[in-house]
Design a protein around this ligand. Structure first.
Ligand SMILES: Nc1nc2c(ncn2[C@@H]2O[C@H](COP(=O)(O)OP(=O)(O)O)[C@@H](O)[C@H]2O)c(=O)[nH]1
Ligand SMILES: [Mg+2]
Length: 363
């Protein structure tokens, strides 16, 4: 018997148990799309149920994608390039023709030029070890550059199937909804949310000569987004154009990024710092000779997110010599900090999250 799948998340539908995943009270009929109860609640009431897609299912999905003919659209978040990466995508990009789709460009400051951004992302991708055949910057939500994306996709795919891959939350389902909206009269069939792991299986859509597939996102333990949910996640996710915040470096002044990370300068510092994070994630600066003590006293309360109910994650504290006049430090899942004329900085951040120093997208 054919397996019936939810059109919103790709999970296998069942009528038997209302408490088990992918339940629907509706009976299945050929060619009638059905949403499971979870998708129905997310779409109509914004209610999120805990997710249940396992890593083995995601890896199996990627394996299937690798073996089938066709190209991949590797979707990355414009603010969070390194949080969008995963070692599995490196291998996939070697075996498949790869179009790098940098989504959510609406959240970057408008002053950044398109050509420079493209070049910067291509450099970051190459330095990370991705083999990219083409790049397209888009905003799925604002529907920016979707026609250009479709053109790039057609050129690279030559009529073969197209699969969107990427970590959770980068906007794969939103990008596919935007492509479908531009090319057909289906409106947002796939369920999207700021929460992770909404998409639960391969979701196929027939479009002209080929089939487009949405996939569940890889969870990346190397990203802050893995450790946060609910309101905390909502506050680190950029929904609007981010407003960079400029600080002068001052010795013994510590800068707390909510309660998620902090940085400070031991020696007499020079230069300035600009932070690029979602606007609700405030950076709290204070003169403090012992930031670690203040951090542990206030994390989850004054310093939030995280909320006191979020899991507590140990910090690693590292001092780095910055050899360049200006350089960015990326905190995967959050955004980045630009150091200008700074020689040395100490940064405390969640231990499983690896910071990346790179020229990045600014100047
Ligand atoms: N600002 C902005 N947000 C976006 C864009 N695309 C997706 N999002 C948001 O990112 C979150 C994750 O989107 P979703 O499509 O579910 O991501 P997926 O897990 O990769 O499928 C949702 O809150 C979307 O509204 C975009 O172009 N701009
Ligand atoms: Mg999705």
């Amino acid at each position: 018997m054919a397996e019936w799948r939810c059109i919103g998340c790709g999970g296998p539908l069942q009528n038997a148990d209302p408490d088990a995943p992918f339940y629907t009270p509706k009976s299945y009929q050929k060619d009638v799309p059905i949403y499971c109860e979870r998708c129905y609640k997310i779409r109509h009431y914004g209610q999120i149920k805990p997710s249940f897609v396992s890593e083995s299912v995601i890896l199996e999905t990627l394996d299937t994608v690798e073996k089938r003919p066709g190209i991949i659209l590797l979707v990355a978040d414009a603010l969070d390039f390194y949080g969008s990466m995963h070692a599995h995508f490196n291998a996939l990009s070697v075996h498949k023709r790869t179009l790098l789709v940098v989504n959510k460009i609406d959240i970057l400051p408008k002053s950044l030029s398109r050509e420079k951004l493209e070049q910067a992302y291509l450099t970051m991708a190459a330095d990370y070890g991705l083999r990219v055949d083409a790049i397209q910057l888009v905003s799925a939500v604002k529907k920016t550059e979707i026609d250009a994306l479709i053109e790039a996709m057609e050129t690279l795919s030559l009529g073969q199937d197209v699969t969107l891959v990427g970590v959770s939350n980068v906007g794969k389902s939103s990008v596919l909804n935007a492509i479908l909206a531009a090319q057909s009269d289906v409106k947002n069939p796939i369920t999207t949310s700021f929460e992770s792991n909404i998409t639960q299986g391969l979701i196929p859509f027939r479009l002209g000569a080929h089939t487009l597939y949405d996939t569940p996102g890889m969870a990346s333990k190397g990203s802050y987004r893995y450790y946060l949910s609910g309101d905390s996640l909502r506050r680190i996710m950029p929904f609007k154009e981010i407003k960079p915040v400029v600080f002068q470096t001052v010795s013994h002044r510590a800068f707390f990024i909510g309660g998620l990370a902090y940085f400070y300068f031991d020696e007499e510092p020079t230069g300035s710092v600009v932070t690029y994070f979602a606007n609700p994630l405030t950076v709290h600066a204070r003169l403090d000779q012992e930031p670690e003590v203040f951090y542990h006293a206030k994390v989850g309360h004054l310093l939030n997110p995280p909320a006191s109910t979020d899991p507590s994650v140990p910090l690693s504290i590292e001092t780095t010599d910055l050899h360049k006049e200006s350089i960015s430090c990326f905190l995967p899942g959050l955004g980045f900090i630009r150091f200008q004329g700074v020689k040395k900085v100490t940064i405390a951040s969640y231990k499983p999250v690896h910071l990346v120093f790179h020229q990045g997208v600014i100047g």
